[in-house]
Write a protein of this length. Structure first.
Length: 149
C-alpha cells in the first residue's frame, strides 16, 4: 500500500460533478492499494498517516501529528500512486490491486483512520475526480507499507 501525504491548509474533491469531500487544515492522502496488501499493510499505513509528525509545534518545529494539530484528512483513492515509470514513458500499473480488493481496503483505511479520532472525508472510488488543495509548506511525504523507499 502506498500513499502520498500532503500537509494542506484546505482540500476538496468533486466526483462526477458533485462535491463529495472538503476540509480545512490537515492532510490530503492519495492512497493506492497493491495486489498483495494485507491487514498488516493497512494497519501500518493508517498508523503512519495518523502519527506522522509534520505539523509545527509552538516553536515552529514539525513535532505534531494531524490529531495534535486539530486537523482532518481527505483520502482519495489514486491507483496511479502505484504507477511504475522506471521503464519507457507509459507507467505500468500491473502491481495495483484489482478494483474489488482495492475498494475494500480503501474503505477500511478510511474507517480505521476515522477510528483514531480525526475527521476523515473521502473521494469516490473509481470515479473521475477533481481534487483541489492548498499545500502547506509544501510538505509532501511518500509512504510505502513495504518500506521500499
Amino acid at each position: 500500500m502506498r500513499a502520498v501525504v500532503q500537509r494542506v491548509l484546505s482540500a476538496a474533491v468533486i466526483a462526477e460533478s458533485e462535491p463529495c469531500g472538503a476540509m480545512g487544515p490537515g492532510v490530503l492522502v492519495y492512497l493506492a492499494v497493491d495486489e498483495g496488501d494485507t491487514d498488516a499493510d493497512l494497519t501500518y499505513l493508517v498508523d503512519k498517516v495518523r502519527r506522522l509528525r509534520i505539523f509545527p509545534d509552538a516553536e515552529g518545529k514539525m513535532n505534531h501529528d494531524v490529531g495534535e494539530a486539530g486537523g482532518a484528512a481527505l483520502v482519495v483513492s489514486a491507483f496511479s500512486v502505484r504507477g511504475d515509470a522506471r521503464k519507457g514513458r507509459r507507467p505500468s500499473y500491473s502491481h495495483a490491486a484489482r478494483p474489488e480488493l482495492a475498494e475494500a481496503m480503501y474503505d477500511r483505511f478510511c474507517d480505521d483512520l476515522t477510528a483514531t479520532g480525526i475527521s476523515v472525508q473521502r473521494g469516490v472510488f473509481r470515479a473521475y475526480m477533481e481534487v483541489s488543495s492548498v499545500n502547506d509548506g509544501p510538505i509532501c511525504i511518500l509512504l510505502d507499507s513495504q518500506r521500499v523507499f
